[in-house]
Design a protein around this ligand. Sequence first.
Ligand code: FPP
Ligand code: MG
Length: 331
Amino acid sequence: MPDGHKSLQLDGIYRSIQGDLDEVEGRLREISGSSNPLIAEINRYLFQKGGKRIRPALLILSARMCGYKGADHIFWSALVEIIHTASLIHDDIVDNSTLRRGRDTVHAKWGPNISVLLGDFLYIQSIALALKTKTYPIIDLLADVTSRMVEGELIEFSVNGSLDLTEDSYLEIIGKKTAGLFAASCRIGGLLAGISPRPGERLEEFGTALGLAFQIVDDLLDFKGEEKTLGKPVLSDFREGRFTLPLLHALRTTGGKDRARLLDLIEHRKTRTDAPEQVQKIVRAAGSLDHAFERAAAFTRKAKEILAEFPPSEHRSSLVRIADLVLQRNA
Ligand code: FPP
Ligand code: MG
């Protein structure tokens, strides 16, 4: 089974916060346990180790970098991971994805009806737990970010298959569906540490830049990754009509025969078995993979520039290394 955690080589970076991450795992097990056997069974399937836990790590490292000495970051880290997990259950239904991290998705295993309900359950449970803390600035932030995630998914779905999608609209979609929760995780770390509004905003901007880079690389891997490492088929975004940065760039820049070929492949993407291979060739020749990589690299540069505004520490160095790894990952 491909292990996203290992393939991102986060182990070394996580060493300084391993104790905290272990506590997050414990909290996840505790929260996801249920007297309902079906909920308990699906949650066991979902929360076993193997995820990258990147959002909890960002929250913990941000809090620590800003001098937080308390223990509430464990609870909030578990909560953002639960919200993320709930969103993936729904996303896999919307995206018709049957494989994630090399295993059946929840809807492939239990069907869409149960999956929608389980996603709802996890999300509302996390909000109910958050409300008990009465920490309204964080609850506000989480409610706001999740509604933007839904909006991002809605926009993405509504432009499905469209050849007119611009790079700016693509960035708006990934900003909402992915970068928002990265940003919120970092901001929560800052809020817990009680930092002033301006550095808090900068921390959020760091998370946004990192999240954008993460999603661009995710979309790039759909074109150039390997199924074995990715744990899901390559070109699945393309086949399902989710046109991401490399394809948008190729559509904008290729002309002549390649363009005609590309349009034909797009039209027959569901039926032509050679479509993935042909599209890969055209997109590569158009320099679109390099273009997407460069845009991701620019966002990680921005993320690291923001980090340089914070005092140096082991935790800040770990955040810099996460930014580098996000760019280098192959799964
Ligand atoms: C993965 O994108 C999906 C997201 C980052 C966000 C999904 C958000 C929702 C479904 C709305 C929020 C819902 C709840 C219940 C909180 P992707 O499809 O590009 O990535 P993938 O390749 O990992 O599937
Ligand atoms: Mg998806």
